[in-house]
Design a binder for this molecule. Sequence first.
Ligand SMILES: Cc1ncc(COP(=O)(O)O)c(C=O)c1O
Length: 385
Amino acid sequence: MIPSSLAIDSKLPWVGTTIFTVMSRLATECGAINLSQGFPDFSAEPALFEATMRAMQNGRNQYPPMAGLPELRHAIGAKVESLYGARFDPESEITVTAGATQALFTAIAAFVRPGDEVIVFAPVYDSYVPAIETVGGRAVYASLLFPDYRPDWESVRRLVSPRTRMIIVNTPNNPTGSLMTADDLATLADIVRDTDIVVLSDEVYEHIVFDGGKHLSVISREDLAARSIVVSSFGKTYHITGWKIGYVLGAAALMNEFRKVHQFNVFTVNTPCQAGIAEYMADPSRYLGLAAFYEQKRDFFRAQLQGSRFEFLPCRSTYFQLVRYDAISDLPDREFAEWLTREVGVAAIPVSVFYPDGRDDRVVRFCFAKQDSTLSAAGERLRRI
Ligand SMILES: Cc1ncc(COP(=O)(O)O)c(C=O)c1O
């Protein structure tokens, strides 16, 4: 250890180690089945690795263009147009990023100034607020209404002020598994009309939507497309969360500002992975098949919990299932999650960590992006309590 007596005025005094790291570490310590952190415990297809290896072996190992390999940006543009009907110019309106986390941080840094307000919805994904505060902005909280987590648009209307610089939405939503509807997007468009508010839309689970439902990207509406930055992640789509690679879409005027920060924040994203993904995504069934793949996982996991005393909340999308546990325990959710990990041997995430005030509805989140054998072993333990 290096001794240091510097007086550090932390920009994020309230931030500690994320609950995902804490629970994953505890799961390892206790030998528990880890359904806490959102990552698959199965492999991507060999074809993706082969394409990436080929790129390395063919010498594609130096800096790519700042905005990303043209072939990948074209592939993204073609996919987006075919799915959402919006045409983004690969040259000026699509940028490849080092995962969605960097994309979100960069978008916030590019548009939010000290004193600006950013509206977020609680429960809120954990990276947004630290990013806002690092650049001197202030998060103000609207709600997703328990228990079906519909956006409370009235609270958004009340929160909009001349200081509002940005609204962040996340659909499909982590941790709730809820989805924005066409009415939600119409209301959002109505709220931001005649303002200069930027919409930052986190759509990393865009391909994981169940029961015949449809992901509605903000860019499916022209008025929102004109003022939005949309973020997606190949980590979620191709079972490669550790590759940390994603992309953003945005009208050229917005993207121009995004890239000013991006080029000094990461500059470029690794070349062979971009080349491998560009080749792999030429077959659309590889992302179009994802919804059915995870719907089967969701249903399998729910079947494992039949006969347990957990109560499912609706799961319309993502690879997370929320459950109420009040029939089992009256412990607060953090304590319940810790007890579950230590004593039952299954790790989960307490949903109160996604609320600024620690609101506790006695709900925990399980990740079902796991092999069936993992899910059935977890189910066997969870049915016993
Ligand atoms: C809603 C949401 N946004 C962003 C991310 C981060 O994605 P990436 O791993 O590509 O940075 C995640 C990952 O869990 C997420 O759930």
